[in-house]
Unconditional design. Structure first.
Length: 303
């Protein structure tokens, strides 16, 4: 089967790095650093599309849907990385944000040949996790033409699921079939076709924005503090104490005392201290009525 890579900017040769094999180490690093600056500008041009995607994701998550990333190779690994960081950072159930990669777990550590070329496999992987119309699928591929991802996106569309594409080439198949297309065009890579570089960086930055924006809109931040963080290790226990002191101004000792009473529920602890509500159960009820938004809960108490 012939695959036509012509017309893909991510596969073109970069004039700025043609002589990189004859450069000093510092010169190499300067070229890479200069090219990386292009990524930020490319993403800036996509902010309205990213914001639209965040709104859709937050809406579906509120309704009980899930955020599913899917990709092959580097793109799949980046999706799994972002998904795996949501539970410790925002206290989400592991099922809420998931990452799928062509070839499964084995493909995380080494290339699994041929799996990304099968559209049916993308569809089957979504069916295995019970993907439904309440879920959001984010298809990730630098080229925008990966069959595995396209098969998954077509299936998601067929059952009226929400589809978002994150690609680095315009007018791709994925861009065409997605309901929201995010397309940071970063241009040719320093090493031709090595899309783990600028394209991978762009994808990682976009996914950071998608998950972070959605979590903020779900009330998982108060000011710029992560208030649903889980105290699962010593570092995170210390972070919980620091977050409470930053949010409320109380001493570390007082923060620790309150956290012990709430079983290290950071959000509840902050609300208890700031609202001055004496009963934990009453504070819980008010937070629940306000869908976990600390700021809204505080405003309701003041009214």
């Amino acid at each position: 089967m012939h695959i036509d890579l012509n017309g893909l900017t991510t596969e073109e040769r970069n004039e700025n790095s043609k002589n990189i094999d004859s450069m000093s180490t510092l010169e190499m690093m300067e070229v890479i650093n200069k090219e990386d600056r292009i990524v930020v500008v490319a993403i800036e041009k996509q902010l309205s599309n990213i914001a639209a995607a965040v709104d859709v994701i937050a809406k579906q998550l509120r309704r009980g849907g899930r955020l599913i990333y899917i990709g092959a190779g580097t793109s799949g690994r980046i999706g799994i990385l972002d998904a795996s960081e949501c539970p410790p950072t925002y206290g989400t159930d592991p099922s809420m944000v998931q990452g799928l990669i062509a070839g499964g777990a084995e493909a995380l550590f080494k290339a699994v040949e041929g799996v990304e070329d099968n559209q049916e496999e993308g569809k089957l992987d979504l069916q295995k996790i019970g993907f439904n119309k309440e879920d959001v699928l984010v298809g990730i591929a630098a080229s925008g033409r990966t069959p595995y991802v396209i098969g998954a996106m077509r299936y998601a569309n067929s059952i009226e699921g929400q589809t978002i594409s994150v690609t680095c080439n315009t007018k791709s198949e994925m861009t065409r079939i997605s309901k929201i297309a995010i397309t940071p065009v970063v241009g040719p890579e320093v090493i031709t076709g090595s899309t783990r570089m600028k394209a991978g960086t762009a994808q990682k930055m976009v996914l950071n924005m998608l998950s972070t924006g959605a979590m903020i809109k779900l009330g998982k931040a108060y000011e710029n503090l992560m208030v649903d963080v889980e105290a699962t290790n010593l570092k995170l226990i210390e972070r919980c104490k620091r977050i409470v002191t930053e949010a409320t101004g109380v001493s570390r000792e007082k923060a620790e005392k309150y956290l012990e009473e709430t079983d290290y529920d950071v959000k509840l602890t902050i609300f208890l201290i700031l609202s001055k509500i004496p009963l934990i159960e009453e504070a819980k009820e008010i937070l629940e009525k306000n869908h976990g938004y600390v700021r809204k809960a505080l405003e309701s108490v003041k009214e």
